[in-house]
Design a protein around this ligand. Sequence first.
Ligand code: IPE
Ligand code: IPE
Ligand code: MG
Length: 226
Amino acid sequence: MNGQTPDHLGIIMDGNGRWAKSRGLARTQGHLEGLKAAKRIVKAASDRGIAYLTLYTFSTENWKRAAEEVGFIMGLVRQYLRGEFDFYRENAIRIRHAGDREGLPADIRAELEKALEDTRDFTGMQVILALNYGGRDEIVRAVNRAGPGPFTEALLRSHLDNPDLPDPDLIIRTAGEFRTSNFLLWEGAYAEYYISEKFWPDFNGEDLDAALGAYGGRDRRYGGLP
Ligand code: IPE
Ligand code: IPE
Ligand code: MG
């Protein structure tokens, strides 16, 4: 057991659609409730002293979904970025981004860049929005930025989207799925995983505490011996 709180927590916020379906609602309703859960967990994580929180918000593969659903999610992201500035300021939360910014709709990109700029001097928790993010895509973009080899791990790392961030210590996935779905492939090499059966819209501070408790009980060996 390590007895620690993770410095960097990643969350694969999954199960919005199933949450809605189980209530006979449209998938979009699930995303709306998912946004409320995200706000709740940002506050809870900040209160618990987590330094970095990466939220898997939209993957490079999520464009495969119906245009209506994609448009709805993008609308929510825009609303979140625009409407939360007072909250960021009060909690000194800095917003960052991981993913392919070029591939985002222009209005979302502009809103994102404004939030990055407006919060860049805030010194509390950093919230990294993984938006149009794929781990493979990030590695490919890093390789292209790094230019001709020979490559080393350190060189490649220095060209990732946020090279200054520590690797995630704990990755929580909701809705009971046991897979990475292309999240933080490079950075998550030694992350501890915690799977919650709850759908993301139902995930609350108690569930976060359960995950943090489980994390504290893990032995992290990094291939070595205790
Ligand atoms: C997660 O919920 C949100 C995104 C992937 C954008 P889902 O929309 O994947 O919900 P399920 O997995 O269909 O229940
Ligand atoms: C992962 O969830 C992406 C996000 C949570 C943003 P998905 O619902 O897209 O993953 P799969 O399709 O079940 O692997
Ligand atoms: Mg899903």
